[in-house]
Design a binder for this molecule. Sequence first.
Ligand code: AMP
Length: 114
Amino acid sequence: MATLFEKIIARDIPADVVFEDDHCIVIKDINPAAPVHVLIIPKKPIPKLADAETEDQALLGHLMLTAGEVARQLGVEEGFRLIVNNGEGGGQTVFHLHLHLLAGRDFTEAQLAP
Ligand code: AMP
């Protein structure tokens, strides 16, 4: 069965798309944990980071580069946090790999929660 993010990529479910290319899509999180909260989602449906394989190396790098590009586009390149939740124990709820990019609030506290 298609994941929620596959349905968003296919435009079966609406989303606020801020960036898209051949390999990934970036959407606004529906339940933002910061003034800027977007999800960087590969079009390839890898369930979680621990499932990624050597052949995904370029794709994973592309997601990181996209984070920087989108951060610049949104004007938050001087201060943002990237998070990957992996598996239920890591707080993952949608089992299609994605990076959370959060910005626009104070991240100086020594905690890593989004
Ligand atoms: P995670 O808990 O790391 O799997 O993150 C899943 C994220 O997807 C959560 O931050 C949700 O708020 C977000 N989310 C769930 N449904 C949607 C949706 N339809 N559009 C945008 N973001 C969503």
